[in-house]
Design a protein. Structure first.
Length: 304
């Protein structure tokens, strides 16, 4: 069981790449608060970046990528004092091939690839632990996969070949996974969900829950199946995941229930059984306590 893939599927993860463009100084681009995780890949040159909640700006160089997983407002510019236009205005100008209106063609050029990663908001430790900003560098990271994906995106974006948009967006999805792997590796001293996937017993317990959330799992059965005592298993799980095993199980069942309510026409009683609830009344109660709405009302609220 690939746990991270299962989580991203449940969140309906996707990506989009807006543009690849060269900008000449002076230029600046500002993005407001967003419901998506925007990213910027510096192909060549350099630029400054600053998130609204940060006191200081940072400098990005060719080969760097910065991601804002929580959609925080931020800006990029050739210089902190340069005028900054909105991302929409920048995209519109690029689409009309009018970069000269926002940049001086006689100055140094910075080439950017910009886009976003998107997922349905889930109350899950993986998403809850994502930081405000992730920055990685092709030149400093040891991952050949990371370097290879970045180079493929750079080569593919803007080549006007059939299927370019689909290829680039799929490559961006793979890039996100590799960014997460490297981020978790760099957080080796701090407990996080991705680090928990390197713990054989905890990973095994998560795999069992994800493979069959409808099974009548208990703390005792999970601990027994991974070969740990109840106390050791419960403590290690909570220390790495931030939830008790049963809380995690309940939360994942509710996530799967939402997915089933969205994607199927199965009766609610059947959905309840598919996520481990023999009693439809109990399922209604747990669902409402988590989402402040009933399963039926949630299904009716889904756009057709």
């Amino acid at each position: 069981m690939d746990i991270l893939s299962d989580i991203l599927k449940g969140a309906n993860f996707s990506s989009a790449v807006y543009f690849k463009t060269g900008l000449t100084a002076p230029w600046g681009m500002k993005m407001g608060e967003s419901g998506v995780a925007q990213f910027h890949l510096i192909v060549r040159g350099r630029c400054f970046v600053k998130a609204r909640h940060d006191e200081n700006h940072d400098v990005l160089y060719g080969g760097d990528i910065v991601v804002f997983p929580r959609g925080h407002a931020h800006w990029l510019a050739d210089h902190p004092r340069s005028k900054k236009v909105s991302g929409q205005e920048m995209l519109h100008s690029i689409s009309l091939n009018r970069n000269d209106e926002i940049a001086d063609p006689n100055k140094d050029k910075t080439t950017l690839i910009c886009g976003h990663f998107e997922w349905n908001q889930l109350d899950h430790p993986f998403f809850n632990e994502l930081p405000n900003m992730i920055r990685l560098s092709v030149t400093s990271e040891q991952s050949k996969t990371f370097q290879g994906i970045v180079n493929l995106i750079i080569d593919e974006k803007g080549n006007d070949q059939p299927g370019e948009e689909l290829v680039v967006n799929r490559l961006a999805e793979v890039l996100f996974i590799e960014i997460l792997r490297l981020y978790a590796k760099n957080k080796i001293k701090e407990p996080c969900f991705l680090q928990a996937l390197t713990d054989p017993e905890i990973k095994s317990a998560l795999a069992m829950i994800h493979s069959d959330p409808a099974l009548n799992w208990t703390l005792t059965s999970l601990a027994r199946d991974v070969g740990l005592s109840r106390t050791l298993f419960a403590n290690r799980f909570r220390n790495t995941i931030g939830q008790t095993p049963i809380d995690y199980l309940t939360n994942w069942r509710m996530i799967k229930a939402k997915e089933l309510l969205r994607s199927t026409n199965n009766p609610i009683s059947q959905v309840a059984g598919m996520v481990g609830y023999v009693s439809e009344v109990t399922f209604h109660r747990v669902f409402k306590s988590r989402f402040d709405t009933t399963p039926g009302a949630y299904r009716k609220s889904i756009p057709v």
